[in-house]
Design a protein around this ligand. Structure first.
Ligand code: DHB
Length: 390
């Protein structure tokens, strides 16, 4: 049996869920399928920083109040190098801020809101193919929790199924994308201890990068640069603390039991095409960024804001111009975010083959940022997020 809907959304991450929410507000029906279980989606630990525009969308459209009641506003970060901290004051530089609110909490809020609104949202359903992309009736072929075949025909299929999903290949064919690898990864830990500082610390040290972030008044999230093939179980807790402490010279970390550790590999990637006929990519299906600067989920939200407008025009007014313009409009921001994420990463990490020249140049670069009103303002503007197209 073939089911029918206006928009078939593959993937219930932030992009897919927010899109179904914005479409519903515009009176457009959708079906969202997700291969993982609800529990897995709601508990997988991801990044924690939301741009001001992301927060405004979540609040103004009724997707989440908790983002500002439970989350906390941050008006700056610290860049630390050569044993000294330098504050980048977002409020003073650009009059904007960010919110610390973990991505899995955003997902819980979105799933609760969609469920309460009666959204057709199906977990444990794995897309296996997208067919007829170049017709007005594209179809998603999927497998249900009991192995049953599911076929959904729609006006538009949206691929929000992440960097390992099946929709990307439908859109790009054999063309793949533009990408860049990095010779390091992040070792992430969660520990039971209050934040070591009021704001996040991004630290460059001779031993490599570390980021001291937070989750709550009692839990810290921290990362340090490691080898991409590092074994997360190789270090004792004491060794992890010694590594972290050594990478934030001049400051003292609050220590406590480490209850989670993971190695996060990353790369920069942008698909060669974001649309083929009536199949469109958003979020990590279209692009991934290295984590430094926390652009990943925020970029997905920016794609979705553009696409929701385009789908409204297409499905309510039969006007295809915004859909035609979607790739170019989305890519303008995607490449700015790619640049910012690459820049933060390369400025703060130490490449395994870095020479003395490279090290000294890097400190020069950091000084050019923190000692310049304009340098600080560029960082603040990009970090808090460029305005959304609304
Ligand atoms: C976090 C992750 C990031 O990549 C970042 O730039 C800031 C914070 C986090 O997980 O808290």
């Amino acid at each position: 049996m073939t089911e029918r809907t206006a928009v078939a959304i593959v993937g219930a991450g932030p992009a897919g869920l927010l899109l179904s929410h914005l479409l519903d507000r515009a009176g457009i029906a959708s079906i969202v399928i997700e291969s993982r279980s609800r529990e897995e989606v709601e508990t997988t630990i991801r990044a924690g920083i939301l741009e001001q525009g992301t927060v405004e969308i979540l609040r103004e459209t009724g997707a989440s109040d908790r983002v500002t009641t439970t989350g906390s506003r941050h008006d700056g970060i610290e860049l630390r190098f050569e044993g000294e901290g330098h504050r980048i004051d977002f409020a003073a530089s650009v009059g904007r801020g960010v919110w610390l609110y973990p991505q899995h909490e955003v997902l819980k809020d979105l799933i609760a809101a969609r469920t309460a609104a009666g959204q057709d949202l199906r977990f444990g359903v794995r897309a296996v193919a997208v067919e007829d992309a170049e017709t007005e009736r594209p179809r998603v072929i999927a497998t249900g929790p009991d192995g049953e075949r599911i076929e959904i025909e729609a006006d538009v299929v949206v691929g929000s199924d992440g960097s390992r999903g099946v929709t990307r290949e439908t859109v790009t064919g054999s063309h793949g994308g533009f990408y860049r690898e990095y010779p390091f990864a992040w070792f992430g830990v969660l520990c039971e201890a209050p934040p070591s500082a009021e704001e996040l610390i991004y630290s460059n040290s001779p031993d490599g990068f570390a980021l001291i972030s937070q989750r709550s008044a009692t839990v810290q999230r921290m990362y340090f640069q490691c080898d991409p093939d590092e074994d997360p179980e190789r270090f004792s807790e004491r060794e992890l603390w010694d590594i972290l402490q050594a990478r934030v010279p001049g400051t003292t970390l609050n220590e406590g039991p480490i209850f989670q550790r993971d190695v996060l590999r990353f790369r920069s990637f942008v698909a060669h095409r974001l649309r083929r006929g009536r199949v469109v990519l958003v979020g990590d299906a279209a692009h991934t960024v290295p984590p430094t600067g926390a652009k990943g989920m925020n970029l997905a939200v920016a794609d979705v804001v553009l696409l929701a407008d385009a789908l409204r025009a297409l499905l309510h007014e039969r006007d295809e111009r915004l859909l035609d313009a979607y790739p170019e409009r989305a890519l303008a921001r995607i490449w700015k975010a790619q640049h910012f994420s690459w820049w933060m990463t390369s400025m703060l990490h130490v490449a395994p083959d870095a020479s003395d020249f490279d090290r000294r140049r890097q400190v020069g670069e950091l000084r050019s940022v923190v000692e310049s009103e304009h340098g600080r303002a560029y960082l603040a503007e990009a970090y808090t997020g460029w305005p959304l197209a609304r």
